[in-house]
Design a protein around this ligand. Sequence first.
Ligand code: SF4
Length: 465
Amino acid sequence: MNRRSTREILKQEINTVALKKNARFKVALIYPNRYYLGMSNLGIHAVYGLLNKRDDTVCERFFYEGQKQFLSLENASPLNSFDILAFSISYELDYFNALAFLRDAGISFPARECRVMPFIIVGGMVNGFNFLPLSGVSDALFLGEAEQSLTAFMDSLSAFSHVDTIAKKKLFLSEVSRHKGIFVPGISKADEVKPCFIEDLDEYPTSTKIITAATEFSDTFLVEISRGCARGCRFCVTGAVCAKFRSRTTDVLFDEIERGLQYTSKIGLVGAAVSDYPCMEPLLRFLNKKKAMISVSSLRMETVSADLLGALARSGQRTVTFAPETGSDELRYAINKRISNIEIMEKIKLAKECGIKKLKLYFMIGLPREQEKDINAIIDLAKAARDILPLRVNVGIFVPKPKTPFAKEPFADKRVLNSRLKFLKQKLIAEKNITLNTASIPEASKEAKLAFSDATFLDNYFKII
Ligand code: SF4
């Protein structure tokens, strides 16, 4: 990101924390991927808000746009001027980009034991199922939801006298290792640290902190209505590691929405399972009364209603996205997604009746026990859906993840994946009203290796930086 594009980005942001002169701690919040993705991620907003709310802390953001040197977005400060480098890792492939930040900050490896500052801390979705890859260079890793554990970490740091020697740092880290959800390499035992999850989400309302046009939901104020998912799809990390389904009460959401409407008329509802939200009716009534335009991050076909689809269509949302994952009922039930093709088609018809104009369907190949007939079934379901609404088909590749019920299943043979993707392309690409987007086999294969990698990841990759 050059200074010109940085200035342009800042100009269009609302609510950026510009300067906080008297803060005791400077935190670099590093999302090692593009600004567009990072600012679409409510977790980044939550951490940015949580840290900047503290009088003793200023937090500035860093993103990865392919550059080799990094300056903070807010004040163009270099990484070595920060006390804490806080990484948020959403995808395994972001580890490689994280290494570019470490190199620019002059962090060598293995050197944790002889480095006083900066602290290197790591959180994010990947830590939920495997926190080991960056453990060789990190001072603390956050497992689960960071609101409580990060607050505990900062409170401890604030109460501690100046951390200016290795001995004091060790003392401090041994103190924070007692907090739930914090793994301190060299002190904590990997199998004894439990992830931290918030019981009562109302205590931590989570919504957009900085509004910007350059995100997935442009100029939209995102409000998180729920976390977790109880549906138990066997491949899914969210279902396996994000604790049970929890939701916020409408009173809390109404306050957040009122706040968001001061900046924009667009409200985005966020959650792993938005349509499972138990108080959707009063929530939609409120949004309607406030004349808010709404959008949603994802919809569960099982629970999506005409009320919600109609509200989306009236707000100008033209496309809805569903994830059947498979074309055949048999394979779908085998992955524990309990909806049939007949029901899926009913929901697609309902979407059309409610005014939705386009459809996006997510499928996955390489699933355990998948056969050629399952690939044909994807083609059949896609064509049937396309007869109702113009369709974009996204084909992903199953990657086994630790802690999920499919953790021990293999990553499919690359030749089989190749021929199945080729077949799908042959059959769908020329079809009228169907566009096709397919995942990359090399990237999925790399992701599969990284998902189960351990601290030796750094041994291998620090050699090349
Ligand atoms: S419904 Fe979605 S979020 Fe829930 S377990 Fe299944 S794939 Fe995961």
